[in-house]
Ligand binder design. Structure first.
Ligand SMILES: [Cu+2]
Length: 339
């Protein structure tokens, strides 16, 4: 079954590899066997044949023809690999959390599914995946995609379904007792059916609104004020911007960065802020919570582009936010104008 945008080309490459390798290896085997038989010593007193000097033409042929053939396969394979690994810009992002033994999917509008994923035909979908426990692997044969899903790290894969249908989803990494039951279905639907499905599946809240609840329940709001006066940075407009870190490097505030801030807050510190304040949430928030918090923070942006007034107002601790603490460089705020 071929049901994704890359599947047909994948098949072509696969069969061409099989045919070329098959023809070349049976050809070589045939010539070896034929020569052994044809050039055998036919009489006891037969002398060794005269030695033949080399032929540049023949050597060039058997060097260059395979070289072009195999470099061509390599180039094609590399191109297809990049196509499969790089999601197009218009891809819709869906989160996948794997756990023993199920697949949970969450989309930005809040619809959640277990062991099922409904997608519209023709729409590119990027999956951002993480495991709550052990290594799993997201495998949809009909789409020719397979990606390990790891604990503690986001991995991603994308696809565009081109044919409506119901396609098997497998876990392709042995992950414990019920590994073989960690299976599900991807439903690719035409737009009208998909829209109808969305209607009846209406979620209680979006990912971001769930994240907002967690943000208040989890106490994030106590430190991350929206007036720029808390002990933590104002998170408005953070998502997607470049953050200046205390060690002088910079990083992009993407899903990976924000998740890490929750699970391992000492790994990086925002420049100009106290590194010992942000609590470690790794025991308190699940991967699903983290995804919702990220969605909420993402929904806060982008920041208005007013001229920066950082450094004028003392924060609630009486410190000047713009004045560097000892050892820290000058503050470069990634949310200019936020006060
Ligand atoms: Cu699994």
């Amino acid at each position: 079954m071929t049901a994704s945008s890359v599947a047909a080309e994948y098949n072509w490459l696969f069969w061409i590899l099989v045919v070329v390798c098959g023809v070349v290896s049976t050809g070589i085997a045939f010539v070896v066997l034929y020569s052994a038989w044809y050039f055998r010593r036919k009489r006891d007193n037969e002398l060794p044949p005269p030695s033949i000097s080399n032929s540049v033409k023949m050597e060039a042929a058997w060097t260059l023809i395979p070289l072009f053939l195999f470099m061509g396969m390599f180039a094609w394979g590399a191109k297809l690999y990049f196509d499969i690994e790089r999601p197009p810009d218009d891809a819709e992002q869906i989160y996948v959390v794997a756990k023993q033994w199920m697949w949970k999917t969450q989309r930005p509008d809040g619809i959640r599914e277990i062991n099922e994923l409904h997608v519209p035909v023709g729409q590119s979908v990027k999956l951002l995946m993480i495991s709550q426990d052990v290594v799993h692997s997201f495998y949809v044969p009909a789409f020719r995609i397979k990606q390990d899903v790891l604990p503690g790290r986001y991995t991603s894969i994308w696809f565009r379904a081109i044919k409506p249908g119901k396609y098997h989803l497998f876990c392709a990494e042995y992950c414990g007792t019920n590994h073989s039951q960690m299976i599900g279905w991807i439903y690719a639907m035409e737009q009208p059916q998909y829209q109808a499905w969305l209607q009846q599946g209406a979620a209680e809240g979006s990912l971001a609104s769930d994240g907002e609840k967690l943000f208040h329940q989890g106490g994030c709001a106590n430190c991350h004020h929206f007036d720029g006066h808390g002990p933590g940075p104002d998170l408005r407009g953070l998502y997607g911007t470049t953050v200046e870190l205390a060690d002088g490097t910079t990083t992009v505030a993407d899903d990976v960065y924000i998740r890490r801030k929750l699970m391992d807050p000492r790994a990086t510190t925002v420049r100009g802020f106290d590194k010992n304040v942000m609590p470690n949430f790794s025991k308190l928030v699940t991967e699903e919570d983290a995804i919702q918090l990220i969605a909420y923070i993402r929904s806060l942006g982008p920041a208005p582009t007013a001229p920066s007034s950082i450094g004028t107002a003392p924060d609630s601790y009486g410190k000047q936010p713009g004045i560097a603490y000892p050892g820290a460089g000058p503050i470069v705020n990634h949310t200019p104008g936020m006060q």
